[in-house]
Design a protein around this ligand. Structure first.
Ligand code: ASP
Length: 445
């Protein structure tokens, strides 16, 4: 049993949906299909989900939502028409659209409105494939606090999906105990796919997107990054955290817990093998020795801030780190890294989504709370993660890394090897970021 999830670009127009149908039909293995709403058809296009959010906003200031609704209806109607769906008995896109417009005009909430892209996408694909349609609201459940309710969801999946083998399911949303629709965060169809894969005990979760797989470096920065064949969940987590996004980060958890591998595939190049994401044990369980593993990938992010706190005899002062961390908590700042020396401790904070007042407040409070001898702020630093399971077992890794950065004339501000055994984090100035990434990607390790 496999679960296949097709993203927005795969569902963008009639031609791409046709490709999806061909991929589904090309194997006889029993599969559940999860889909996103139609995404962008080209660089200037708008995703249906964004059109739906705009529709919701429009409705709040207008009694009749026709003007914002019509372009959405037209997109689906065009796909249905070009796929010949109107000839299929029981296919009633007009009826579905009418109901959605009626609901939105009647004041439907934001999550319901946004979810209709996935709903219609799955409705159409189910008809095209002549497979059952299962509404995500009937199987994906949230609890009253709005958190995903795995127990109820798995029970419902067991009951409903058993009888609907091969069903097509909309991604991105589920329902609250009250029956109201609730969506995951943006890109959440990946999460739905992973949940269904976990619930039905799939052997593989295939995530079909528009790239050949997970790349060893950001193609906007390095020339010709290679597609990574196999990567572990832990390596993927490190690289995604640093911004190498192919999958919604939360989507890893439901399948990871059950050791279900994920394969990233390209709808537009189905011959490519893609990237297989496996539990660490599956990679290392074979004959491969950690130290023989090549470097898996490099990713990084700009705009971090590091506060270096110096205090003589810091190591003797009990509770020093706790006090520093409570100041961060007080100002709602999350800690990214905490490299330390004998009398120094640095806290590294991601500046995205952080307000100036939070930083100012933190600095003032740190002075009061730990009374440091000196505090230095290093603004605008970039962090780069060099990731691979062989990292800390192979001799010469660090010297190759520092040598490459020296040759590229990059000054290293900080190194954090951490304890994860699978990455080394290098901090450089924002302005050196691209140069550093290119130099490290060029290493043949
Ligand atoms: N359509 C939703 C979004 O654009 C969910 C998804 O595509 O996964 O975020």
């Amino acid at each position: 049993m496999k679960v296949l999830k097709f993203g927005g670009t795969s569902m963008a127009n009639a031609d791409t949906v046709k490709r999806v149908a061909d991929i589904v039909k090309s194997e006889s293995v029993n599969r559940f299909i999860v889909v996103s709403a139609p995404g962008k058809r080209d660089g200037r296009d708008t995703k249906v989900t964004d059109m739906l959010y705009a529709l919701y906003d429009y409705r709040r200031t207008h009694d009749d939502c026709s003007a914002a609704f019509q372009p959405i209806a037209d997109r689906f109607a065009e796909i249905a028409d070009r796929l010949g769906l109107y000839k299929i008995k029981g296919f009633d896109l007009d009826g579905e659209l009418e109901k959605i417009k009626y609901d939105v005009d009647g004041g439907a909430d934001k999550d319901y409105t946004a979810s209709r892209g996935e709903y219609l996408s799955a409705y159409m694909l189910a008809h095209l494939l002549n497979r059952p349609f299962v509404d995500a609201k009937d199987i994906i459940r949230f609890n009253a606090d709005g958190n995903f309710d795995e127990k109820t969801t798995f029970e419902l999946c067991g009951k409903i999906l058993d009888a609907k083998s091969g069903a097509v399911i909309p991604g991105f949303y589920g329902s609250m105990p009250s029956g109201a629709i609730k969506t995951f965060s943006r890109g959440g169809s990946d999460v739905t796919g992973a949940i269904i894969a976990g619930a039905v005990g799939a052997k593989l979760y295939e995530n079909w997107t528009d790239v050949d797989g997970f790349l060893s470096g950001d193609p906007k920065v390095v020339e010709n990054p290679r597609v990574i064949d196999v990567i572990t969940y832990r390596e993927l987590r490190e690289l995604s955290y640093m911004g190498a996004a192919v999958l919604h980060p939360e989507s890893i958890f439901p399948v990871r817990k059950r050791d279900i591998p994920i394969r990233i595939r390209n709808t537009f190049n189905p011959q490519a093998k893609g990237t297989l994401i496996v539990p660490t044990e599956q990679l290392l369980g074979g004959k491969i020795k950690r130290e023989e593993l090549p470097l898996t990938g490099i990713a990084g992010k700009k705009d971090f801030l590091s506060v270096q706190i110096e205090k003589s005899m810091m190591n003797n002062e009990k509770g020093f780190a706790r006090k520093v961390l409570s100041v961060l908590e007080q100002f709602d700042l999350s800690l990214e890294h905490m490299p330390s020396g004998i009398d120094t401790l640095s806290v590294v904070i991601d500046k995205h989504d952080v307000k100036r007042e939070q930083i100012d407040g933190m600095l003032k409070s740190l002075k009061e709370s730990v009374n440091p001898d000196r505090m230095e702020i290093i603004d605008n630093i970039a962090l780069i993660a060099v990731v691979g399971h062989g990292m800390n077992r192979r001799k010469g890794m660090m010297s190759a890394i520092t040598g490459a950065l020296f040759d590229a004339d990059v000054n290293i501000r900080m190194i954090d090897q951490g304890s994860s055994e699978l990455n080394i984090i290098i901090a450089v100035e924002n302005c050196d970021y691209e140069k550093a990434i290119r130099a490290l990607h060029g290493l043949d390790l």
